[in-house]
Design a protein around this ligand. Structure first.
Ligand SMILES: NC(=O)c1ccc[n+]([C@@H]2O[C@H](COP(=O)([O-])OP(=O)(O)OC[C@H]3O[C@@H](n4cnc5c(N)ncnc54)[C@H](OP(=O)(O)O)[C@@H]3O)[C@@H](O)[C@H]2O)c1
Length: 326
């Protein structure tokens, strides 16, 4: 009998156990479409156990032990793949003391290792997960209400403001674009805004901590919360966007992936209407709004997204089920 992965296209997802990558792996396995190579740094760490429980994982998910800084380990994971989703990159929850080592090296050298391995393995297309952090950290953004793919964060400004995460994403995406130009490798980059949604993984990732802080349940809701427009997207819609940009032959260049621009106080008020019994912040202080990101280019490719209400409902239910909110 043939193995269940026979005849299926094989794709690789780096950093498979993380928040976004777990949903992407789930999406790729569901419907039986793909065989997936998922890279994790430690396959024996229980924080990656949820991957083995995904539908189809037994037959079509192979975990590879790989650090993106270790070229040989990446080569083994991408061998035989038609496409690679490069998701792995550090997303720290607090300021780094050693950004060159903790952030910039894994983001930049890690991305180049993945791209080089893909080129040598003859991978057809690589989707690189960048961030709006590579788009809007720039004091000289063009005038106008919406920010689009023509905007880039200013590396010097990121350095002087010690915004190491956004610097790491900007440098990594620029390197990816330039590698694609030099070599002809088909690279598409996707720049998500702040990602919320239900958790598949057992740990709480950094962007989910933002929403948990907004809801401020553990703190009893007594402190004033900064209020501003934030751009957000559901992790499941982002996973759709990543698959769409991989599958659609017309996908090209850079795509902002952001669904809603809403004030933090509006987000809290939607959650309050769904779960009136939790403890929410009662006072808000208006601070500078974020500009609104345009995902028109991605929508033209066919991307659709769920409502803010559905995202928040499912997200908060997942937090309650995990005992994060009570
Ligand atoms: N969440 C957001 O709001 C958001 C928004 C825009 C862009 N992004 C981007 O989306 C990607 C995934 O983020 P996430 O939110 O899903 O965060 P996450 O859950 O923290 O996932 C990050 C992943 O990167 C892996 N990683 C870090 N350094 C690595 C290395 N040297 N070698 C191999 N793997 C390494 C981590 O593996 P370990 O488990 O081994 O540490 C983890 O699987 C990142 O590129 C991030 O910049 C996220």
């Amino acid at each position: 009998m043939e193995p269940a992965s026979a005849g299926k296209k094989t794709v690789c997802v780096t950093g498979a156990g993380g928040f976004i990558a777990s949903w992407l792996v789930r999406q790729l396995l569901s419907g039986g479409g793909y065989a997936v190579h998922g890279t994790v740094r430690d396959p024996d760490d229980p924080k990656n156990d949820h991957l083995r429980a995904l539908g189809g994982a037994g037959e079509r998910l192979r975990l590879f032990e790989a650090d993106v800084l270790d070229y040989t380990s990446v080569v083994a994971a991408v061998a035989g793949c038609d496409g690679v989703f490069h998701v792995a990159s550090p997303v720290p929850a607090s300021k780094s003391d050693n950004p060159e080592v903790e952030l910039l090296a894994p983001a930049v050298a890690g991305t180049l290792n993945v791209l080089r391995a893909c080129r040598e393995a003859g991978v057809r297309r690589v989707i690189v997960v960048s961030s709006v952090g590579a788009v809007f950290i720039n004091p000289n953004l063009p005038e106008g209400p919406a920010v689009d793919e023509g905007c880039w964060s200013d590396e010097d400004y990121c350095r002087t403001t010690e915004n190491w995460y956004c610097l790491s994403k900007t440098m990594a995406e620029r390197e990816a674009v330039s590698y694609a130009e030099k070599t002809g490798l088909d690279v598409v980059t996707v720049c998500p805004s702040l990602v919320f949604g239900p958790l598949l993984q057992p740990t709480v990732n950094t962007s989910s901590l933002f929403l948990i802080r907004y809801l401020n349940c553990a703190g009893g809701g007594n402190d004033a919360m900064d209020d501003k427009v934030r751009n957000m997207v559901d992790v499941r819609d982002l996973a759709d966007a990543l698959v769409l940009t991989y599958q659609n032959p017309e996908a090209d260049g850079r795509y902002i992936c952001s669904a809603y621009a809403r004030k933090v106080s509006d987000v809290v008020s939607v959650v309050t209407s769904l779960h009136p019994n939790l403890n929410y912040p009662k006072k808000f202080v208006q601070v500078g709004d974020e500009k609104v990101f345009s995902s028109e280019k991605l929508q033209r490719l066919g991307w659709r997204f769920r409502t803010l209400e559905e995202m928040l409902k499912d997200t908060v239910e997942s937090y309650v089920a995990a005992g994060i909110l009570n």
